[in-house]
Design a binder for this molecule. Sequence first.
Ligand code: IMP
Length: 191
Amino acid sequence: MDLVFATNNKHKLEEIQQLIGVKINLKSLSDINCSDEIPEDFFTLEENASQKANYIFNKYNMDCFADDTGLEIEALKGDPGVLSARYAGESKDSEANMKKVLEKLKGEKNRNARFRTVISLIIDKKEYFFEGIVNGEILEGKTGKDGFGYDPIFMPTGYSESFAEMSIDEKNLISHRAIATKKLVGFLLNL
Ligand code: IMP
């Protein structure tokens, strides 16, 4: 079965292909020759994921899914949330985003945070949603070199290393995207 994943993020494709196995032939946006800037105009993860999946479905008429993820920090009332990619500006610079988070949390004792992923799947013209959450805390500084985004400053609950210190396999066992994707895969394999 062919399924389009509305992304060109290589990290995410790799993570999800590993989880999804060989039964499903995952295609990226570049595999379907889509170089459009897909709109993300809304203020919730659910609406943005849905907008992206519907965009691909309407244009290419292919089964597809899209995800949207946010880092939700308790002391910042859920920020950066849906604005995680561009928290420090339109350049979507992870270093600048982490710096902004660390500055805002300077002296803050409540470091609780979570990553939340929402997936919108459109299959046989019906839409389904899947959610994955991983709780953790924001570290005082960056540690680790792997991963992407906010990985160097996020330590999941029950672990003593940041996401950026974990291997992709370790992260895949527990991450927000892994949890949402496992729900998606379970659904697809039961069709
Ligand atoms: P997206 O909706 O998946 O593109 O995620 C939005 C932003 O959240 C990304 O640009 C990253 O900054 C951040 N993000 C998403 N997933 C992760 C992750 O697994 N680790 C660290 N940061 C992430």
